[in-house]
Write a protein that binds this ligand. Structure first.
Ligand SMILES: [Zn+2]
Length: 322
């Protein structure tokens, strides 16, 4: 006779992983959990966040490496023998380091929110975007290039202001090429150069990326994953500001959509997008009781997951050039 033991489902929710060493673990404006790896303590680091720093371990913190088992896994044990046969695979899911896979998202995981996003910055009108969201009480996500319309270092002060204000800073490649046509080493360079610049400018490297033109594939996803990225973010509403649509035509795409939680694409380098479309979409969101959120919030991921290798902004030096 066989005894079947049904192992309890222990699959950790994606957003429930503990903060990694050196990761943000809480603090002003951050909703991340306050757990750190063994040997690290969640310590208030500066005006904006707390950070897992080496120190006395949190006595309530348990082991950080969790073995997770897919729900429904069965283990078959033959009485009287010492043989244990596992009939399905066991998945080992580390709680820090690179994600085991990258997810490509095009819309939010919750309704009644709107993740309006801005690509191709830093560009001329970024400060106006920050000001408008501050007045409206909402948040946005900036997918930044290293060197497209402006060198990222020339926009450093505004990028840091956006980060401090709680907007999400995410990556859009260094020079906005068709990434899937590049070699793996070229892809890596395009990603790492933005990471390194943002580490200097805001003190953190992002874990969310939008590939230029929305073009990604499994090879690019794997390069990004190895560099610590956890999500590729595309969109399900394209304002087509890049394609000559007027702000009114862009707005019509939202009014025609439902309120199931959309991620939209727009670009901060167009004056009409920032000065006409943005006020109109803010007004529309208010009229529909839609909360204007970052992509991370629209996906239900705590702020500690939006960045990796979190430290402090660095002083400007001779390396701040494109
Ligand atoms: Zn772009």
């Amino acid at each position: 006779m066989q005894i079947k033991l049904l192992l309890a489902s222990a699959l950790a929710a994606e957003g429930a992983f503990a903060a990694s060493a050196w990761g943000q673990c809480g603090g002003q404006g951050f909703s991340g959990d306050a757990s750190c790896p063994s040997g690290y303590t969640c310590t208030y680091s500066n005006a904006w966040y707390s950070q897992c720093l080496p120190g006395s371990s949190n006595p309530t913190t348990t082991a950080r490496t969790t073995t997770t088992v897919r729900p429904g896994t069965t283990t078959t044990v033959r009485p009287g023998t010492t043989t244990t046969r596992t009939t399905t695979s066991v998945v080992s899911q580390p709680t820090s380091g690179p994600a085991s896979s990258i997810t490509v998202y095009t819309k939010c995981k919750q309704a009644n929110v709107l993740a309006v996003t801005f690509d191709d910055g830093p560009a001329t009108y970024q400060q106006s975007i920050i000001d408008q969201f501050a007045a409206a009480g909402g948040k946005t996500t900036f997918f930044l290039n290293g060197n497209l319309y402006r060198c990222i270092y020339q926009g450093a002060d505004t990028i840091l202001a956006a980060y401090k204000a709680g907007h999400q800073i995410a990556a859009h490649s260094w020079s906005h090429q068709h990434m899937t046509s590049l070699s793996a080493s070229q892809q890596e360079s395009e990603i790492k150069k933005v990471d390194d610049a943002l580490a200097k400018i805001i003190g953190a490297k992002p874990t969310y990326m939008r590939p230029p033109y929305g073009e990604t594939n499994s090879a690019l996803n794997e390069v990004a994953r190895k560099l610590g990225y956890r999500a590729m973010i595309n969109w399900d509403i394209d304002t087509e500001d890049w394609n000559g649509k007027t702000p009114a035509q862009s707005l019509a795409k939202f009014t025609a959509a439902d309120t199931s939680g959309h991620i939209s694409l727009s670009h901060e380098n167009y004056q009409s997008t920032v000065q006409t479309f943005l006020p109109s979409i803010i007004q529309y969101a208010k009229s529909k009781n839609l909360k204007l959120v970052t992509v991370g919030e629209c996906l239900g991921e705590s702020q500690s997951l939006w960045y990796k290798e979190v430290g402090s902004p660095k002083g400007k030096d001779s390396t701040w050039v494109c």
